[in-house]
Design a protein around this ligand. Sequence first.
Ligand code: SAH
Length: 205
Amino acid sequence: MVEQQIRARGITNPRVLDAMREIPRHLFVPPPYTLSAYTDSPLPIGNGQTISQPYIVALMTALLETRSEDRVLEIGTGCGYQAAILARLVCHVTTIERIHAVADLAWKNIASLGLKNVSIIVGDGTEGYIQNAPYNGIIITAATPQIPPPLIDQLDEGGILVAPVGGRDIQELITLKKHHGRTDQLSHGGVRFVPLIGEHGWTDT
Ligand code: SAH
């Protein structure tokens, strides 16, 4: 998976590639999909949600430019795969999931790997999580019509936010960098994510 789907497509950051090698994706997909765990596609995890495509996980992780001392916030825990990769790369991961049953699944997966530096919060991630702010990096793993303003406030000076921004069905992957209170945005191409439902995201219809 790492050689053919990730390195071959231009992601060369050795820390990211090592983290992707160390976290076994098959432990995060439900049993009917175990044999497909290393194909380059999203897969269903129940409750209408998905585990993200490995290449996109690697790309978004690389765009965050993580350092081992960083504190990172993820919005949209899902089964916990992206959070587990981040846990190998940074000091602490706070991750927020709105569906209780999905957060429970993530908790089991993260605990089974013995990862101790992840806090899973159940709630509306569009509000962020002020208790652990500011964050050096923020990653939104669900489609949002705009970057939720509380997340920009909770991003530290010099921090990077990565998010799929656009319509409910198709979005552009963007990075936002914050310096001296100013923000700069860059686009990294088209992506497809399930919707971010919440106060500063989409309504649940
Ligand atoms: N990061 C996951 C993929 C997540 S899919 C991985 O590693 O595979 C998107 C997740 O975002 C879903 O589980 C969905 O329930 C959750 N979500 C949607 N809106 C949310 C919100 N406002 N706050 C927190 N989680 C949200």
